[in-house]
Design a protein around this ligand. Structure first.
Ligand code: KG4
Ligand code: ZN
Length: 338
């Protein structure tokens, strides 16, 4: 069994994955609600919560599956990118467990977790295929040439798509994390309502890069100028602008890179309006994980660990993991073999 730990941001999560076939057997997560009081993640509070959550979660997932520590043959953990203090809790727990059990440790790149999350429920298409990751910390399009081989063909130059949702939610007086609240609010807009058309920054830039900070500012200015317009109408206009931006760039990418499959992952992929628009308007086979696997979870990290094990990529044996430290920031295409 691969026992997996994910603590990169504000969700403490553990999972069990079968090392023989990569099946996800169980995943258990605790979301840290405390951050909504502050309108965003407070790093020190996140680390403290991970610290108190991690051992009870590990004990519970083993108990729920009638397993003992002796049944664990690998430990996997997210080691980059993320909040350093949060990663440190997971990595320290993982190193201690691997050492005491005498089993290999598989460090996993969080973004590879998102990229592999779609294969919890779908089989891997033929390489190369295209992936869009739209999370709270990252937004990029990559060509996946093989396992662990990524070419980034477009990325955000400022805010991520998730950040745009979170910041826009704050402008509209909606709680953190903003994405699910904006999605819910937009559904309240009347059928024939006059929806504002917000700008789509960089949609005509000719490249595959994104910019979301201008969109957030446009919403802010609109809100100030039109205080009588209800949040539902603005939320709908904002969501439509994000969906159109993604559609325009992906369409361009698909014309340039003639792949048969596109995967869409990360927290914002939980948005039904965005997914429906992309599925309806793009000429490609599109795979999107179920909602529960879009946002951070240890299941996706366990799935990525399974592919690392299968391809013998960064499986640390013989206590080689002593030198493993969390890394706050690392692009997915910069990861090296240890
Ligand atoms: O992937 P994720 O859980 O964490 C990171 O790795 O960053 O993504 C979190 C982001 C947040 O910004 C949150 O607002 C957004 O995903 N999100 C959504 C939805 N659910 C979560 N955005 C739009 N619509 C949603 N339904
Ligand atoms: Zn994430």
């Amino acid at each position: 069994m691969i026992l997996t730990i994910e603590t990169s941001c504000d969700d403490t999560s553990v999972a069990l994955v079968n090392p023989k076939d990569g099946e996800l057997l169980d995943v258990l997560s605790v979301s840290q609600l405390i951050h909504s009081d502050y309108g965003g993640v407070v790093p020190e509070l996140a680390s403290r919560k991970h610290f108190s959550n991690i051992m009870p979660l590990l004990k519970t997932i083993l108990k729920n599956n009638n397993l003992e520590l002796d049944n664990i043959s690998y430990i996997a953990v997210t080691y980059t990118p993320g909040l350093l203090g949060s990663l440190l809790v997971g990595v320290t727990a993982a190193k201690s467990l691997a050492f005491s059990l005498g089993v290999p440790l598989i460090p996993v790149h969080h973004m590879e977790g998102h990229l592999m999350s779609v294969f919890i429920e779908n089989s891997v298409p033929e390489f190369p295929f295209m992936s869009l990751v739209i999370s709270g910390g990252h937004t990029f399009i990559t060509i996946i040439k093989d396992f662990h081989k990524y070419e980034i063909i477009g990325e955000t130059l400022d805010d991520s798509a998730g950040e745009a949702f979170d910041k826009t939610a704050r402008v509209l007086g909606l709680p953190y994390p903003g994405g699910p609240h904006i999605e819910k609010e937009a559904l309240k807009a009347f059928e024939n309502a006059d929806i504002p058309e917000f700008p789509k920054p960089m949609s005509k830039s000719g490249d595959l890069n994104f910019s979301f900070s201008g969109l957030k500012t446009a919403v802010k200015i609109y809100r100030k100028k039109n205080p009588e317009v209800v949040p539902a109408i603005i939320a709908k206009g904002f969501q439509e602008a994000v969906a159109s931006l993604l559609q325009i760039k992906l369409n361009k990418a698909l014309l340039k890179y003639k792949v048969k499959f596109l995967t869409i992952t990360g927290g914002v992929a939980a948005n039904k309006f965005i997914c429906d628009k992309l599925k309806n308007e793009l000429n490609c086979n599109i795979l999107i994980p179920s909602k529960k696997y879009c946002t951070d979870n240890a299941g996706m990290i366990g799935k990525a660990a399974y592919y690392r094990l299968k391809n013998n990529f960064n499986v640390l044996k013989d206590k080689k993991y002593f030198s493993l430290n969390p890394i706050a920031s690392m692009r997915i295409n910069e990861e090296k073999q240890f």
